[in-house]
Write a protein that binds this ligand. Structure first.
Ligand SMILES: [Zn+2]
Length: 692
């Protein structure tokens, strides 16, 4: 049919600047987007349109599901069953992902509200009709147990088949109907409990009263932002922009102590029984689903695979970080300011830690942050970051005018690889009222590998809130902003280049503990002198940062690594082991782990930090994933750096062997292939001086 349609394309089209369609482009009809006009059309303009699209989608999805179910089992093949199920994902995300993005970026309230309502309507529908639809699962299983054993599948198809079956096991669809009912009940209960846990943290309204004298040392701008009571005292809340400066800069030990204890008691005691219930429910759920404990269930779908693997890595890093931490601790306490008193055995009180580290930095690694921002004008940094990625990955970026989307002042880029359009990047970098307030990457349309000749382009957005320049004064980025942009751009490249056959594997759809590896790897570029020289450009003089300041920036990244990572390992071990047995006494266990991992810091018995450890809900046992991803990102980085951070030969290899594979290959296999050996923690240990 395609050939006939191709022959029938009227010739006059070629004369009105519409590009001549070749065979490959015609076949791109299967793609969600081919040109910018398709991108514009992805986004509904009104609340009515949003609602209409969701209703249409529901009809289409129902019909696609029915079609799969209706196939006789002996006629099932990969294409009409498994691929067809995956295609429902393509269909759904084409409507729902743009709506999801509009919820975060649309300047129009009715559109944001309608998007939110659409998401709330969609989620239970998708669960019932697709992911938890027993009939659809039976269709899948009939193929899995039957014709799949005979059909010749490629490696990605075989892996997808097995991964899907494992996901069904984790959802409990293999269980008898009464057990499945119990699973559903527990899942509902867990949703409520985890929401309650998070809400209790978010609802904390503790305020500590301080006189002006008690806030000595705290920056005036922070003090000015505090509310006052009737007596004119300052009220310090538990939000980070208040707590951290007080802990870091207050020269009054009592002030720091009060603040620390209030902060470490957020949502205590309310969250302890909630957490205990979560532990119980998670354990029951894991047992019902056939796992030894919740950790085994939670890590089943990760790169780490088992608690044992994570513990071995954490233990090793912890043992090797100890010497470094002791050395750093010695340096820290050699010159102690008057408001800090060590204990009799020479350890440090917990509320003095942040303050002492800040004092040390002031004396030894002082960088004037305000001065530093003058070297990072947004109009220099953004194009330079783009050119670094473009050059390294061997791509071509073409900026274009993209009116017709949700806002003006967007930067839009077409990304080409070897002349082939690989996707559209939309940078929405500046603040607007009601816009998403952090930074993130959103893969709106995932790329897709149809066959060797056809790769469907992706649509990726990066959202941020950088200071916008004016005619009189440029927008100046903090170094942290530069880092954020470099990091998010790494996610964007992963999302854009990860073109896989199966939609479920596309882009950043990788294992939970691998998703940050590529972005953290790219972030390491900012620890390179040449890259920092390129990126810095004083907004008045055009000069790069001095060598001295560049060295300090690189040094700062390593500062306090010993204690920083011991603390992170402590929290990782706590999150990992808390859920291996619901009998743990939360407080005792928390104290035991924190005392063991940070022997130079006194554990304050009033510290009930587990009650406000928000990651215990969404990350559950997987807090380790931050460190895990960083360790492997540094292994990759060190290997790449040897060949050159701007060497497009190695960059193309990164693109081809890691980014383009998305989740279609086990992360450990990707790393092994790229590195030519087993991945290891050595580069990470070397970088931070944790060798012993
Ligand atoms: Zn990230």
């Amino acid at each position: 049919m395609k050939t006939i349609a191709w022959v029938l394309v009227p010739l006059f089209l070629t004369s009105c600047s519409i590009p001549f369609l070749n065979k490959a482009e015609k076949d791109m009809d299967v793609c969600a987007i081919k040109e910018f006009n398709d991108v514009i059309n992805l986004f509904p303009k009104t609340a009515e349109e949003i609602n209409q699209r969701v209703q249409n989608l529901k009809i289409e999805v129902k019909s696609a599901v029915q079609k799969i179910i209706a196939i006789p089992n002996d006629k099932r093949i990969f294409a009409n069953t498994v691929q067809a199920m995956d295609d429902i994902g393509v269909l759904s995300s084409k409507t729902m992902s743009p709506i999801g993005l509009l919820r975060e970026v649309s300047p129009e309230e009715p559109v944001r509200n309608a998007s939110y309502a659409a998401i709330l309507e969609w989620q239970p529908f998708a669960q019932e009709e697709v992911s938890k639809n027993i009939k659809l699962f039976e269709a899948f299983k009939a193929y899995f147990d039957g014709n799949a054993k005979k059909e010749k599948l490629n490696a990605e198809e075989r892996y997808y088949l097995d991964e899907t079956m494992k996901a069904y096991v984790r959802e409990g669809l293999l269980l008898s109907s009464d057990k499945l009912e119990q699973v559903k009940k527990l899942q509902t209960e867990l949703t409520e409990l985890t929401l309650k846990f998070s809400k209790n943290i978010a609802d904390v309204d503790t305020r500590i009263t301080f006189s002006k004298e008690e806030l000595a040392g705290v920056p005036e701008s922070v003090i000015a932002s505090l509310k006052k009571d009737e007596q004119g005292n300052y009220l310090a809340g538990m939000d980070y922009p208040t707590v951290f400066p007080i802990m870091k800069f207050s020269t009054n030990a009592q002030t720091r102590k009060k603040m620390y204890e209030a902060f470490q008691n957020r949502a205590y005691p309310a969250n302890f029984p909630v957490l205990k219930n979560i532990m119980n429910c998670r354990e029951k759920l894991a047992h019902l689903l056939g796992f030894e404990n919740y950790v085994a269930y939670d890590l089943d779908n990760t790169m780490a695979k088992s608690s044992k693997n994570v513990q071995e890595l954490l233990q090793d890093v912890m043992n090797r970080a100890r010497d470094k931490e002791s050395q750093e601790f010695k340096n820290l306490v050699t010159d102690v300011p008057s408001s800090v008193e060590l204990t009799e055995d020479g350890t440090l009180l917990p509320w003095d830690v942040a303050f002492l580290k800040e004092e040390y930095k002031k004396k030894n690694l002082a960088i004037d942050d305000k001065k530093l921002t003058e070297y990072f004008p947004v109009e220099h940094v953004i194009p330079t970051v783009l050119s670094i990625y473009e050059h390294f990955l061997g791509l071509r970026f073409e900026e274009f005018n993209c009116e017709g989307l949700w806002a003006s002042k967007l930067n839009c880029i077409r990304v080409y690889d070897n002349g082939r359009l690989r996707g559209f990047l939309i940078l929405d970098l500046y603040p607007r009222p009601n816009k998403f307030s952090h930074a993130c990457m959103v893969d709106v349309v995932s790329p897709r590998l149809i066959n060797e000749k056809i790769v469907c382009p992706a649509l990726i957005a990066i959202l941020a809130n950088f200071p916008e320049g004016s005619k009189e004064f440029p927008g100046l980025l903090k170094f942290g902003d530069v880092r954020t942009f470099f990091h998010e751009f790494g996610h964007a490249m992963h999302g854009l280049l990860g073109a896989t056959q199966m939609h479920g594997f596309a882009g950043t759809s990788v294992k939970f503990d691998f998703v940050e590896t590529p972005s953290q790897m790219f972030e390491e570029w900012l620890n390179d002198k040449d890259v920092l020289k390129k990126l810095s450009h004083h907004y008045q003089t055009g000069e790069s940062l001095s060598d001295d300041n560049i060295e300090k920036l690189i040094e700062l990244d390593k500062f306090d690594a010993g204690d920083r990572y011991l603390r992170q390992i402590g929290l990782s071990l706590f999150s990992l082991q808390l859920f291996d047995n619901s009998d743990h006494d939360i407080q005792e266990f928390y104290k035991e782990i924190m005392t063991f991992t940070r022997p130079n810091i006194v554990f304050d018995d009033k510290d009930h930090g587990a009650a406000s450890f928000g990651h215990l809900t969404e990350y559950a046992s997987k807090y380790y994933s931050y460190l895990w991803a960083q360790i492997y990102s540094m292994d990759l980085f060190e290997t790449i750096k040897k060949q050159g951070l701007l060497n497009s030969e190695v960059g193309k290899k990164v693109a081809h062997e890691i980014l383009s594979k998305g989740g279609s290959v086990e992360p450990a296999v990707l790393l092994r292939k790229f590195l030519g050996r087993e991945p290891s923690q050595d580069a990470f240990l070397r970088h931070f001086g944790f060798e012993s």
